[in-house]
Design a protein around this ligand. Structure first.
Ligand SMILES: CC(C)(COP(=O)(O)OP(=O)(O)OC[C@H]1O[C@@H](n2cnc3c(N)ncnc32)[C@H](O)[C@@H]1OP(=O)(O)O)[C@@H](O)C(=O)NCCC(=O)NCCS
Length: 148
């Protein structure tokens, strides 16, 4: 398993995973636009196949944000997600970004458990955050206290 930077030719596999993983996947153009805007975009690759990805960026200089993460169904619960998040956290750290935030659907128990395991804490509920009006849980991690 390797974690490497996203390349344009990975987009087909990333979209496949995105579409299988979310009921409201990002449209391809948005993903490409986010990438072109300079967001962090890493993929996990096993035997030459992309099996997961993470997209993240730095907003307000000192605040990191995880935009999206997904691992292909067959490869879940094998620590791929953990490795992707850990790699993104190291990059944040390199840029002296210590506060990391993300939003997750309140119904997404698996992802909330996953983020908890990674060291994120629930901060607040964002009412009707999603297009279908589902609430989001805002989760945060203070890297100063989590790493080293
Ligand atoms: C969330 C997601 C990225 C996790 O990826 P993963 O590679 O399966 O995660 P890991 O194997 O690194 O899991 C690490 C730990 O997190 C917890 N965890 C992960 N998925 C879980 C689930 N579905 N239910 C409960 N706990 C879970 C477990 O404690 C797990 O350790 P264990 O397998 O030894 O019990 C993956 O489930 C996924 O792609 N989900 C669909 C997309 C999604 O919901 N993304 C997040 C949206 S904000």
């Amino acid at each position: 398993m390797i974690i490497r930077e996203f390349k344009r030719q990975d987009i087909k596999r990333v979209l496949e995973i995105e579409n299988r993983s979310f009921k409201d996947p990002y449209p391809p153009k948005i993903l490409i636009d986010i990438f072109n805007l300079g967001a962090g975009f890493l993929v996990a690759q096993e035997d030459n196949i992309v099996v997961g990805y993470i997209i993240f960026w730095i907003r307000f200089e000192e605040e990191g944000h995880i935009i999206s993460i997904a691992v292909d169904d067959e490869y879940r619960r094998k620590s791929v997600g953990t490795l992707l998040v850990e790699t993104a956290l190291k990059i944040f750290k390199r840029y002296n970004v210590n506060l990391i935030k993300l939003e997750v659907r309140v119904s997404n128990d698996g992802a909330i458990k996953f983020y908890n395991e990674m060291g994120f804490n629930k901060k607040e509920i964002l009412k009707k955050y999603y297009e279908d009006f589902e609430d989001a849980v805002l989760m945060e991690m203070d890297l100063d206290t989590e790493l080293e």
